[in-house]
Design a protein around this ligand. Structure first.
Ligand code: UT7
Length: 324
């Protein structure tokens, strides 16, 4: 039994924040951001627009594309680090709004790797007998972005993507997933405050610990290495080579990271999906958003070999190989 991706969907908020807008907020320039990251603009959720609002829109489109009714879903997994609230799971809010009356629902936290991790969990549940699993990646990164910190605020954006997994016999579906972590590097990307270690307080807010901190340069080097390693791991586990790949859908953190990985793998850039120019880094939403755009642009067809790969806070890194 395989978990086939039967439908994809995505949604981004209306408001566009350009590099020019950021020039008026922090000491940065459009040229620096484009040159160092490939990002030109990103979307920002409206006041009051929460993670589940984005996730529901993406999920509805994925269900429609799959031809699956919400009431048929057995499980909803939402990968996010910016859920509506600490309790309940954002997945439960989405379950209710979709009318997925039969579905179990929970969130999964693996930051930028969250979607690939959740896909692997969904695949495992399909192998235990679930028929339809909805996997959503949805983030309101603008909520944990420090808009006075030029090291991070130029990088992130808001959005959501979703896929419906359907149990199917045959060759099509997720071939394998490869998940990794190294918690010794947790300080490279973190939100220090707001949890049980440093609970919310006036002191915490004054020190701006509710916002994301990142050691960008160190993360960059780890990202290139782990993305290359996880691509090779997924291919060799399936006795396939880089030449067999039809589409590579990497986490959209930085165009330079992705082109370095493609060069190391010997993968032509025509086979790589890049959309961070319009959305920036949307964390767990980035891969399903990029995948949905590629699918709707006709870049995959039946039998295509598609690889998704991510790295992020934790640190975590992960890849998934899919026969479309
Ligand atoms: O989902 C995972 C999330 N994380 C990542 O993917 C991050 C991976 N890292 C990166 O993408 C890159 O490291 C960055 C884009 C964050 C930074 O690029 P870099 O080429 O590694 O720059 P750097 O950190 O080495 O900084 C170079 C210079 C510094 O100035 P000095 O010390 O050389 O005078 C920074 O202060 O660029 C400066 N700088 C900026 N200048 C203009 C840092 N941010 C900005 C900015 N605008 N926004």
């Amino acid at each position: 039994m395989k978990a086939r991706i039967a439908g994809t969907g995505s949604y981004v908020p209306e408001r566009v924040l350009t590099n020019r807008d950021l020039e008026r907020m922090v000491a940065t320039s459009d040229a620096w951001i484009v040159d160092r990251t490939g990002i030109r603009e990103r979307r920002i959720a409206a006041p009051g627009e929460a993670c589940s609002d984005l996730g529901v829109r993406a999920a509805e489109l994925a269900l429609q594309a799959a031809g699956v009714d919400a009431a048929e879903l057995d499980l909803i997994l939402v990968a996010t680090c910016t859920g509506d609230a600490p309790l309940p799971s954002t997945a439960c809010i989405i379950q209710h709004r979709l009318g997925a009356v039969r579905a179990a629902a929970c969130d999964l936290g693996a930051a930028c790797c969250g979607f690939v991790y959740a896909l692997a969990v969904g695949d495992a549940y399909v192998k235990t007998g679930f028929r339809h699993v909805l996997v959503v990646g949805a983030e309101v990164m603008s909520m944990i972005t420090d808009w006075t910190d030029r090291n991070t605020c130029v990088l992130f954006g808001d959005g959501a993507g979703a896929v419906v997994l359907t149990a199917e016999e045959g060759e099509r579906g997720i071939l394998s997933s490869h998940l990794h972590s190294d918690g010794s590097l947790w300080e490279l990307i973190c939100v220090p405050g707001g949890g049980s270690r440093i609970p919310p307080s006036e002191k915490m807010l004054a020190e701006r610990l509710q916002y994301m901190k990142m050691k960008g340069n160190e993360t960059f080097k780890v990202a290139v290495k782990t993305l290359e390693d996880s691509a090779r791991e997924a291919l060799s586990a399936n006795n396939l080579s880089v030449e067999d790949l039809d589409l590579y859908v990497p986490h959209q953190a930085n165009a330079r990271i992705i082109s370095a990985v493609a060069a190391r793998l010997g993968l032509p850039m025509e086979k790589v999906v890049l959309n961070m120019d319009r959305y920036g880094n949307t964390s767990a939403a980035s891969i399903p958003l990029a995948l949905d755009e590629a699918v709707r642009a006709g870049r995959v067809g039946e039998g295509s070999l598609v690889m998704m790969a991510a790295f992020g806070s934790g640190l975590t890194w992960a890849s998934s190989l899919v026969r479309w």
